[in-house]
Design a protein around this ligand. Sequence first.
Ligand code: PMT
Length: 397
Amino acid sequence: MNNLANKRVLLGVSGSIAAYKSPDIVRRLQDLGAEVRVIITNGGREFVSELSLQTVSKNKVHDNLWDKDAELAMGHIELAKWADAVIIAPASANTIAKLCHGKADDLLSTVILATKAAVLIAPSMNQQMFASKAIKENLEILNNRGVVTIEPGFGEQACGDVGEGRLAEPIEIAKQVANIFSNNTLSGKKVLITIGGTIEAIDPVRYISNHSSGKMGMALAHACVQAGAETTLIVGSISVDVEKRANVTYITSANEMYDAVMKKIKSQDLFISCAAVADFRPTKISQNKIKKDSNLSSIELTRNKDILESVCKLKNKPICIGFAAETENFIANATAKLEIKKCDAIILNDISNTEIGLNSDENEVHFLSQEKTEKIDRSSKQIIAEKIIKKVTKYFF
Ligand code: PMT
């Protein structure tokens, strides 16, 4: 079992007596194939030596936000970008509270704010502290933001108390870090996703399009690949990197997207229609650039075929998940789309709010199926995508 092969894991060690177990956590992560770097907080340093962590990790231990040399090489932003996963073990009550409030007063808390990697925390503290309302509420907030908690164990504690709050065993921590990379819920399944905007030409220079960046669709592509699916993408106009492990067909117009989808749809298990497809195209595309003095006062438009609706009408249709990009009457409009297009579920997003939805890094969505409507709270598009794929797997496979 080498589930962490080629994975870069950043271990944050904060101030808890259980920090003495952190060199063993490094070893267990390495056993699963990970390259490990360590950040230690001032509190952590009270319980374990940097030399031990440096020796087992075979890397310099990072501890100072204001280290001038580090900023030239592996500074906080580089560390945040380097990591595929960040695990804080042990996570003290103070560190949990800092993460919860987005504080950035030391290297570890700053890296957590700056990273796009998955974040896991393994709390470790006195049982009474762990039972407190403050800790429970802080953990709930962090979990809603996508942070994974590795539950502490029950038993006798260093202070003599008996209860819940002991750091999970190093081997268990390493396994749970590995689990986030080895979710095989879509293993053996084929997924087709449309991504980005379409471009409808007016003449060789001008066109009609929209602001879709492809971020939401590419996050879904990443989540499907991570879940083990054979993933195919039909990609329009985007401004993000393409998921390299997927099969990709590039298109420009809605008509081209329709043809590409119809060519690939046979044998797919799941179709996700995330693209912002133009509903209309100019009826005539001028072969030459339209001149300023041509007296053109309007452009005649022709309705494009609805790709999602067409796929939903196929005899052996895959599970079909559509999106609804709305600016008003959100639930009512999305419900109407679910009914009219006859898809299995619709993901509703509010594109009137510039902080979420179209061309932004975050989203907040409602998952509407024939049975129920569930909200997925505001988060990065990657976390939203993972939650969508979890629901799709749970309800339809
Ligand atoms: O790309 P980003 O910047 O990350 O932004 C993400 C997003 C806002 C584009 C995405 O989350 C989203 O909402 N995509 C759907 C946009 C859209 O076209 O919504 P709609 O409500 O107009 O269409 C409803 C559904 O029908 C969508 O699944 C759409 O892909 C599909 N459709 C629409 C028209 C058409 N001719 N063919 C289609 O398949």
